[in-house]
Design a protein around this ligand. Structure first.
Ligand SMILES: *[C@@H]1O[C@H](CO)[C@@H](O)[C@H](O)[C@H]1NC(C)=O
Ligand SMILES: *[C@@H]1O[C@H](CO)[C@@H](O)[C@H](O)[C@H]1NC(C)=O
Length: 167
């Protein structure tokens, strides 16, 4: 009896050690993967563009997002959080970042997609800086691995010139 319990315990310890080593290898091999997502983001129309009573500019727009994040997925990837942001410079801030759309990609099979959508989140400036502004449309991804650290990256996909007048 004693020797059985001892052996069972040794076996569990051994299994846990192997698991720890495998997890280490998993996150290590994940770090060796060099993802190269591709995307096209096009603003297909401006629904309206106004200055709010409080003085902040707001834009409502339609966009066409086509992306392929398949290279982000490895066998250690649980899911990928993706978002499209408008990034631009103002006299107050060197980087303003407004999230326009986001989604969760559950698997590699879903990592190639195309959506035609209005902005899911309000595109409001902290001021009146958007007329004629050139914005960078960026694709950000956050990888949630099965084991190991989460990591994130982004690419600048396109630049877009906002209208010079409210409409
Ligand atoms: C969106 O972009 C894709 C790829 O460029 C294109 O095939 C599709 O027709 C576009 N859809 C709209 C509504 O512009
Ligand atoms: C917009 O993208 C260009 C090219 O990648 C970059 O040089 C510039 O700094 C970006 N602007 C902002 C406000 O992030």
């Amino acid at each position: 009896m004693h020797s059985f319990a001892y052996r069972a315990n040794a076996l569990v310890t051994f299994a846990v050690t192997i698991l720890a080593i495998l997890c280490g290898i998993a996150s290590l091999s994940d770090n060796l993967n060099l993802p190269a997502p591709t995307a096209e983001i096009e603003i297909t129309s401006i629904n309206w563009f106004q200055r709010q009573p409080n003085g902040n500019d707001e834009v409502s727009l339609m966009m066409n997002i086509t992306a392929d994040l398949q290279t982000v997925f490895t066998w250690n990837t649980k899911q990928v959080f993706v978002f499209v942001a408008a990034e631009y410079e103002t006299p107050e801030n060197s980087l303003n970042q407004v999230s326009l759309w986001d989604g969760i990609i559950p698997s590699k099979e879903n990592a190639k997609f195309s959506v035609h959508t209005s902005n899911k989140y309000r595109f409001v400036d902290q001021g009146s800086n958007l007329r004629g502004k050139i914005i960078n449309l960026t694709l950000h991804w956050h990888v949630m691995p099965k084991t190991g650290k989460m990591f994130a990256d982004k690419i600048v996909v396109a630049a877009h010139h906002l209208p010079g007048e409210y409409r």
